[in-house]
Design a protein around this ligand. Structure first.
Ligand code: ZN
Ligand code: ZN
Length: 289
């Protein structure tokens, strides 16, 4: 007999039927067991609550983010699609990685994403990322902001300090972007065109904001956030990875989740396994408690 999994609080993982009303009115179901747990993550959830729930519009770069981005913009970074089939590297080029095995300037990869000519990063792209009202179409702006922030943390990770998702490492939006962009890569068709996946991209963004809010609260040592809550929040995020593309095997699940786990400090050494979801054939990610 098939019994669907009950809805779970996105903070503590307890079964609940209560959802954020403002988000529900805008087509995003986000469950909270109590006003207390909703309040706990409100500082960041409010940025994507209500009319901004779907689709999510990330805030513009902060002045500090823009300064750091300008600082690294003319450096080269490696192409990411070097071990992949030709179709994939073709999509990679469209995403801003023109040479499958080569290097690309950070500024140029953002110009390609913004569909602006070479040399326009400082004069056109960066101002667009700083201006609050959208001056680009929503998806271009969304991808550009996500990509810019992803690059900032990727750069930080490679050249400065391996400890990402650390309190004070740029903004929480940079931390979300770092995990977000990588999760889209699980399905290259989706990564190529996010527009038809507004619900899924919104859910990924909501759940990552909550996961990383909890990680930051735990790292700030001012609140007693149990590790179990962070595990549950990661499981809720990993469930969305299966919506992008179902886990085909335990190996596949390992490949899809390990990259993310390695970037979330309290979770790096926690054992996990693939579990068959009750009533379905679907493999899901669950920690071994
Ligand atoms: Zn709760
Ligand atoms: Zn909400």
């Amino acid at each position: 007999m098939s019994t669907p999994e009950p809805y779970k609080c996105c903070v503590c993982g307890e079964p609940t039927t209560k959802r954020c009303q403002a988000c529900a009115k805008n087509g995003v179901d986000l469950f909270f067991c109590s006003p207390e747990h909703q309040k706990l993550v409100w500082k960041h959830h409010k940025e994507v609550c209500g009319p901004n729930a779907r689709h999510v519009s990330p805030p513009p770069l902060t002045v500090e983010e823009a300064r750091k981005l300008a600082e690294v913009a003319r450096r080269k970074r490696p192409g990411h699609f070097d071990r992949l089939p030709p179709l994939v590297s073709q999509i990679g080029r469209q995403l801003g990685v023109p040479d499958a095995c080569g290097q690309i300037e950070i500024a140029r990869s953002l110009e390609i994403a913004a569909k602006t000519p070479p040399g326009s990063f400082e004069t056109v792209v960066l101002p667009q990322l700083l201006r609050p009202p959208p001056s680009l179409d929503v998806w271009t702006r969304y991808l550009l902001l996500t990509k810019a922030r992803h690059i900032l943390l990727a750069h930080n990770e490679v050249y400065v300090d391996k400890k990402v998702l650390d309190v004070g490492t740029y903004t929480i939006w940079a931390q979300v972007a770092r995990l977000q962009l990588n999760s889209y890569m699980r399905n290259f068709e989706m990564a190529h065109n996010l527009a038809p996946h507004a619900r899924l991209t919104s859910m990924i963004c909501h759940r990552l904001l909550i996961l990383i809010t909890l990680v930051r609260l735990k790292q700030s040592n001012t609140t007693g956030i149990p590790l179990a809550w962070i595990k549950r929040a990661f499981e809720r995020f990993a469930d969305l990875l299966t919506e992008i593309k179902a886990f085909e095997s335990e190996q596949d699940m390992h490949g899809a989740t390990l990259w993310h786990l390695q970037r979330i400090l309290p979770l790096t050494a926690q054992p996990y396994r693939a579990v068959r979801q009750p009533g379905t054939d679907k493999l899901v990610f669950r920690f071994i408690d």
